[in-house]
Design a protein around this ligand. Structure first.
Ligand code: PLP
Length: 393
């Protein structure tokens, strides 16, 4: 254990399980540890560094803004915030032209819960089993994973979880008190599980039929990751709300709730807010990030690189792989064994990958990764999975 690891272990809260790795530097799709060992990053800080680590445009924007104005409450107008709102609504679906800014994914979902209740006058919320929407008490009430919820019961009342991909269960759960249905287009933490178009269109139809809002959590899937700006575009659905965070600030914390005019019309001053929400530093980082995504055409790049992975893994037909799942550069391999030893072995070989549950290997590289690096990382994953570690241990 290095000194840094000893220090963290001594003083940290203990709520995180940690990998045996101290990362100190990043550039593009590469990361370095405290021994100056280099890694190909296939995690992106869990889909945060989509434009790569320390993108010069973001570094430059943050540096310039830090010398100008660091903080500015939303009780005042601000030049950078105004520019971000304009930029974000230009890339957003045309029917979502109103935005609430915050600092993280869970806060974006927390705001979406409040906006759904306030704008419909209803209290019922529905989410899906195996979903992940965050860890603050409201968002946690939606997160369909019992192990995250149980230590903190009781949670919000009037929240129902239904099986993903099962429209009949959703239809049964909906009623005249349903304010909103929350759904991920691809369940990320729940195992990289893309929903079918029919399911998502069916969810939308049920929401419309019952007068409930459709909230799509694009915190992990949004802003190019799946091969389109928003994963919901793959299914031609029109959510009433989209929540964003993770990659929006190019590595700097920021979250956002995109909503329809009809919802915004029901919100009033004082109903919600955040001291740091919409701060100029985060807004400067997000403007630069959106420009990079646009200029480098990264959603399209994610689609192309994702296809390479899909072909590589399906053609390899590795005995240990039960299923290859994903959308764009959100790649999941369902293994027949526990994934943890493979993550350690990949790290040893210079590739940082993730799990999504106990048996799913998840790859979320920066969208800017070179084809050469991506193919090299995929070759290392193939070689590592072929070594069948659990069988040896
Ligand atoms: C789909 C989804 N929603 C919400 C969150 C919570 O985001 P945060 O950790 O920024 O609160 C996550 C985080 O992994 C996520 O993947």
């Amino acid at each position: 254990m290095t000194t840094f690891q000893e220090l963290e272990t001594q003083f940290t809260s203990g709520v995180y399980g940690k990998r045996n790795l101290t990362l100190v530097r990043g550039q593009g799709s590469r990361l370095w540890d405290d021994q100056n060992r280099e890694y190909i990053d296939c995690a992106s800080g869990i889909s945060v560094a989509n434009i790569g680590h320390c993108h010069p445009a973001v570094v430059q924007a943050i540096t310039a803004q830090a010398q100008t104005l660091l903080t500015c409450s939303e009780a005042f107008y601000n030049d950078r915030r105004a520019q971000l709102l304009q930029k974000l609504t230009r890339v957003a679906p045309r029917h979502l032209q109103r935005v609430f800014l915050c600092n993280s994914g869970t806060e974006a979902n927390e705001a979406a819960i409040k906006f759904a209740r306030a704008s419909t006058g209803r209290t019922g919320l529905i989410s899906t089993k195996r979903s992940f929407h965050g860890r603050s008490m409201g968002a946690l009430s939606l997160t369909g994973t019992p192990k995250y919820q149980e230590p903190f019961l009781p949670l919000l009342p009037d929240v129902t979880q239904v099986a993903y991909e099962k429209l009949d269960e959703l239809a049964e759960a909906m009623n005249e008190n349903t304010a909103a249905v929350f759904v991920e287009v691809v369940q990320g933490e729940g195992g990289v599980r893309p929903a079918s178009q029919e399911y998502l269109q069916g969810v939308q139809a049920l929401c419309r039929q019952h007068g409930a809002l459709l909230v799509v959590d694009e915190i992990q899937t949004g802003l190019g990751r799946t091969g389109k700006w928003f994963a919901s575009e793959h299914s031609q659905i029109q959510p009433d709300i989209i929540t964003l965070a993770k990659s929006l600030g190019g590595g700097f914390p920021i979250g956002a709730v995109l909503m329809t005019q009809a919802i915004a019309d029901k919100l009033e001053p004082g109903m919600h807010g955040s001291t740091f929400g919409g701060n100029p530093l985060a807004c400067a980082a997000a403007i630069a990030t959106l420009e990079v995504l646009e200029e480098e055409n990264l959603p399209q790049r994610a689609a192309i690189l994702g296809q390479i992975a899909f072909e590589t893994f399906t053609q390899a037909k590795l005995p240990i792989v039960r299923e290859v799942r994903g959308l764009g550069l959100m790649v999941g391999l369902e293994l027949k064994q526990k994934v943890a030893p493979y993550l350690d072995a990949l790290q040893e070989k210079g590739v940082i990958a993730l799990n999504a549950g106990p048996t799913t290997l998840r790859l979320l590289p920066p969208l800017i990764i070179s084809e050469e690096d991506w193919r090299a990382a995929l070759a290392i994953v193939l070689e590592t999975l072929a070594s069948n570690l659990n069988a040896k241990s």
